[in-house]
Write a protein that binds this ligand. Structure first.
Ligand code: GDP
Ligand code: MG
Length: 166
């Protein structure tokens, strides 16, 4: 989840297909499946790539049912998207009613260092206040997208009382 144009779809497609798509329809919501093995453990992931939210959106109730974890994304080149991710977080907790729902915070587009307006420390500080993992990423890099989804899987495993995948 996250503001429009932060790279939600690009990160998803980089992870699922291993490619950077430059022109993905910004308005559509899609679900993707991905089989992944981390350590000895196999996962069949179902990813919902949302159309995006702004600060005025009501949190859609379908996003609180049957969802194991949330990847909240902003762009390091957009302070607006950093504001929006905080609003989404508050609404998310209101909606799910759980304080420990697995969440990670992602500062995407970190290849755009010249356009950076959100310092790494700000992202880190926000994630610390939520007590969730923080990653900066670039949807242009496959390893980067992989780290994002590995991180949320680890959080989900922790929440379910399992050790982190080896
Ligand atoms: P979404 O609306 O959050 O799904 O954003 P998209 O994935 O559609 O990306 C919006 C625009 O940002 C597109 O032009 C992407 O090519 C571009 N973009 C997405 N991720 C990155 C990134 O990590 N680095 C750079 N340089 N551009 C990105
Ligand atoms: Mg999109």
């Amino acid at each position: 989840m996250g503001f429009r144009s932060v790279g939600k779809s690009s990160l998803t497609i980089q992870f699922v297909d291993g490619q950077f798509v430059d022109s993905y329809d910004p308005t559509i919501e899609n679900t993707f499946s991905k089989h992944i093995k981390i350590g000895g453990q196999e996962y069949e992931l179902k990813l919902v790539d949302t159309a995006g939210q702004d600060e005025y959106d009501i949190f859609p109730s379908q996003y609180s049912v049957d969802i194991h974890g949330y990847v909240l994304v902003y762009s390091i080149a957009s302070s607006k998207s950093f504001d929006v991710v905080q609003v989404i977080y508050d609404k998310l907790l209101d909606m799910t009613g759980k304080v420990s729902v697995p969440i990670i915070l992602v500062g995407n587009k970190n290849d755009l260092e010249m356009q950076r307006v959100v310092p790494s420390q700000e992202g880190r500080k926000l994630a610390d206040s939520w007590k969730v993992p923080f990653v900066e990423a670039s949807a242009k890099e496959n390893m980067s997208a992989l780290r994002v989804f590995q991180s949320i899987i680890q959080e989900i495993e922790k929440a379910e009382g399992n050790g982190p995948p080896a």
